[in-house]
Write a protein that binds this ligand. Structure first.
Ligand SMILES: [Cu+2]
Length: 239
């Protein structure tokens, strides 16, 4: 649906673009200054039909794009009861993953990536495991400041707020490794807030779950609101 929206929007704007460029080119050539022209051309002002036309057409276009974007977004974000629920908690500058799958509760508290510039560093990033072909709900939370969950291959990006949960619903269809990153400037090491998504067979997914700790680390490990306020009070004092 996202790809259709993107591609069809581009086809529409390209057609309008070609029409507009064509008309501009035609005007430039047909109404160019000829050899024996003298003085100014005929001066015109106020043409109500044209003014209504160039107000109405963009308005219709914007409303049409809005309608399609809005209906696509609504159906993408419609709540789905998923086989796997992952409570993702962003924290400066890594990710806690809480998996609920087939009656199991497991968690993986990852640590920040350290980009060394050397080859193979991408293997050391925090990893989110997803079983191929299973429906997934990602519950997106933040422990401290605003982050954003972005896996470009999923075509969707979603902000993560402290004290508010956002949701992404998806079913991974292809096995493999996909890049993920925080997409909201969230502090000094924002650029290192990277992760991998490994879409694997259910068998391998269960093997990975078995390696994780039992339980769920939720909001009890969020940075306390009081501490956040104190930190910002100190910052203001310093100035
Ligand atoms: Cu972040």
């Amino acid at each position: 649906m996202i790809q259709d929206l993107w591609v069809n929007s581009w086809i529409t704007v390209l057609l309008i673009g070609i029409l507009t460029w064509g008309l501009m080119l035609w005007c430039i050539i047909a109404y160019r200054r000829r050899k024996n022209d003298t003085g100014y051309p005929r001066q015109l002002s106020y043409n109500l039909p044209i003014e209504i036309f160039y107000t109405a057409v963009p308005l219709v276009l914007v409303l049409t794009f809005f309608t399609f974007a809005d209906s696509t977004e609504k159906s993408i974000n419609a709540k789905v009861e998923s086989e796997l629920v992952v409570d993702v908690r962003a924290k400066q500058w890594a990710w806690d993953y809480n998996y609920t799958y087939g009656g199991q509760e497991k968690y993986d508290a990852t640590v920040q990536a350290h980009l060394t510039g050397k080859e193979g560093v991408e293997d050391t990033l925090p990893t989110l495991y997803l079983p191929v072909g299973k429906s997934v709900t990602l519950e997106l939370n933040s422990r401290d400041v605003i982050h954003s969950f972005w896996v470009p291959a999923f075509l969707q990006k979603m902000d993560m707020f402290p004290g508010h949960t956002n949701y992404i619903y998806l079913t991974p269809q292809v096995e493999g490794r996909f890049d993920g990153k925080c997409a909201e400037l969230c502090g000094e090491y924002h650029s290192e807030m990277l992760f991998n998504v490994e879409v694997v067979s259910e068998e391998e997914f269960l093997d990975q779950l078995a390696l994780m700790k039992d339980g769920h680390i939720g909001e009890e490990q969020d940075r306390k609101p009081g501490e956040v306020n104190q930190a910002s009070a100190h910052a203001t004092e310093g100035k």
